[in-house]
Write a protein that binds this ligand. Structure first.
Ligand code: N01
Length: 503
């Protein structure tokens, strides 16, 4: 491999959530420090910064929901709360010295590739250039506000769970929650005890697996892990391995899948004795088909005297409440929209233009697509981390983000040693990967006949349908045959060398 003068690639990482932090730390540990992280929010944490609704809890055990490079021994609960996870991200940023790289309140509005480098603009009017752009912009970021007649004319408070306003008082109020996904279930459980009345509008019932989400992690356990890092690492590896069982359950039919599905049905039967209520809480699709909801409190909350489950369609929102299709009026003081997200936007609505001016909307006309979750034809030197087809329903997100970031360091190394100036995945490789994804989706539980946010407008399932071993094999060493690589001549190399990321 020909080597010219060593160059330090300048990099812009967009987003300081799970993916952005994992990428920054991985790059730094690999010796790439010429990067800036542009974060739209006022703090790090991504989804854990934006979501702060009452009852927010991660439904992945804390000992697994952490970065491999930053084990935390002393989680206070087995399933950590949102604020504790947010603090963890802040601690990781400090521990790994990311603060000097971080630009908060910096929303990227546009990014353009000029054949050599990227120019990235932020809402505050700043422009920066870089050799590489990493879009670590998350999946569940843009709140979905339903188009329900009358919503604008509602006289009480309206709030979407992903933009919670701490000033809103729900105690002693008549609270309506629209939505029955993971968020709806958590917020119903949290608000019901102190509301005057809690009404949940559930268009589609969800299976809710019983899990003791409030259980504390014993202090001694945390101390033992802190005192024995090798043991802690072992626990992490075992948790990763165990999560492979979950992947197997969702990816192909087996007795293990049937067992979990039986447990879901039992969870409902055992906790809801009232037959009429149980019927209305019973989904008409298989457990695990939608993103599985976990809760140890939801059924108790919805059974409470001050709670009501409404499955009748919402006809309109009036100035004082909600009118359902049966003509009934439900008076409401506070309206909570637990209505989910636009999960397939990724870095959009950013105005992203790649080679020859192609826009991301043009490239994704048939839905979001990336080669192995990270590379998009037409967009040289731009990669996504936790991009399209990320494993939101099976494999650890932190593992996936770290693995992808390590894979990207291979290109950074080649840029540094002068053997690559631009790298772009081919259309053929991306199409082949997407064909493999489509085929592998066949036996997954997500494909068993429910309507979930996993589906794109083009009816594809935007998830990872392979196991962790396959993911690791796909994202260890780039396959040159799948990429188009360019290299400028040595003179222009020197002229372009090591432009700083921050300007
Ligand atoms: O959103 P959702 P979410 N009228 O899209 C309903 C993650 N998460 O925020 O099913 C009436 O699942 C909609 O109804 P339907 C997790 O990955 C993780 O709850 O479309 N209802 C549905 O019930 C999760 O899957 C944690 O018929 C309307 C709900 O709104 C993902 O976030 C915690 C409607 C939306 O459910 C998203 O969960 C929380 C309308 N017009 C979330 N429009 C963790 O613990 C929509 N709905 C890690």
């Amino acid at each position: 491999m020909a080597t010219t003068s060593p160059r330090d690639p300048s990099i812009i990482i967009v987003g300081a959530g799970v993916a952005g932090v994992a990428t920054a730390v991985t790059f730094k540990r690999a010796g790439f420090e010429n990067f800036v992280i542009l974060e739209k929010g006022a703090d790090v944490g991504g989804v854990w910064f934006w979501n702060r609704y009452p009852g927010l809890t991660c439904d992945v055990p804390s000992q697994l929901y952490q970065f491999g490079f930053a084990p935390k021994a002393d989680w206070s609960r087995i399933w950590a709360s949102g604020p504790e996870i947010q603090r963890y991200h802040r601690d990781v940023v400090e521990q790994f010295g990311l603060a000097p790289h971080l630009r908060l309140d910096s929303e990227v509005t546009d990014a353009r590739f000029d054949g050599r480098a990227w120019t990235v603009g932020t809402a505050d009017g700043h422009t920066r250039t870089a050799d590489f752009v990493i879009a670590a912009t998350g999946v569940l970021h843009h709140p979905f506000i339903p188009d329900i007649p009358g919503l604008d004319g509602f006289g009480g408070e309206v709030v979407h769970t992903a933009r919670w306003d701490d000033a809103i008082e729900t105690r002693g109020k008549r609270v309506a929650v629209i939505g029955s996904g993971s968020t709806g279930v958590q917020i119903v459980s949290a608000l019901q005890p102190e509301a005057a009345k809690l009404t949940q509008f559930a268009r589609t019932p969800q299976w809710v697996l019983w899990a003791p989400m409030g259980v504390r992690q014993p202090r001694l356990f945390g101390k033992a892990l802190a005192a024995a890092p090798a043991l802690h690492n072992l626990l992490y590896d075992v948790s990763l391995w165990a999560s492979g069982i979950l992947a197997d359950i969702v990816l192909r039919p087996s007795w293990r899948r049937r067992l979990v599905q039986r447990f879901a049905r039992w969870s409902l039967r055992a906790q809801v004795r009232d037959k009429a209520l149980r019927e209305r809480l019973t989904p008409d699709y298989e457990p695990l088909c939608k993103r599985q909801v976990l809760s140890g409190t939801y059924y108790r909350a919805i059974r409470a005297d001050n709670a009501e489950l409404v499955t009748e369609r919402i006809a309109e929102i009036t100035s004082s409440g909600i009118r359902t299709a049966d003509g009934r009026e439900h008076p409401v003081d506070v309206l909570v929209l637990a209505t989910g997200f636009h999960p397939h936007n990724y870095m959009r609505p950013m105005n992203l233009r790649g080679r020859d001016g192609i826009t991301i909307d043009e490239a994704w006309e048939k839905g979001p697509m990336a080669y192995r979750m990270t590379a998009i034809p037409g967009f040289p030197n731009l990669f996504t981390v936790l991009g399209p087809n990320s494993p939101t329903g099976s494999i650890s997100l932190q593992y996936s983000a770290e693995l992808t970031a390590r894979y990207l360091t291979r290109w950074l190394e080649r840029f540094r040693d002068g053997s690559v100036d631009t790298v772009e995945v081919t259309e053929e490789a991306t199409a082949r990967f997407n064909d493999e994804v489509a085929e592998a989706m066949g036996p997954t539980v997500w494909n068993t006949g429910c309507n979930s946010w996993y589906f794109t407008d083009n009816n594809t399932i935007d998830l990872w349908p392979f196991d962790r071993k396959t993911m690791t094999a796909m994202l260890t060493e780039p396959d040159d045959r799948d990429y188009r690589v360019t290299r400028r001549d040595a003179t222009s190399d020197q002229a372009a060398a090591a432009a700083p990321a921050e300007q």
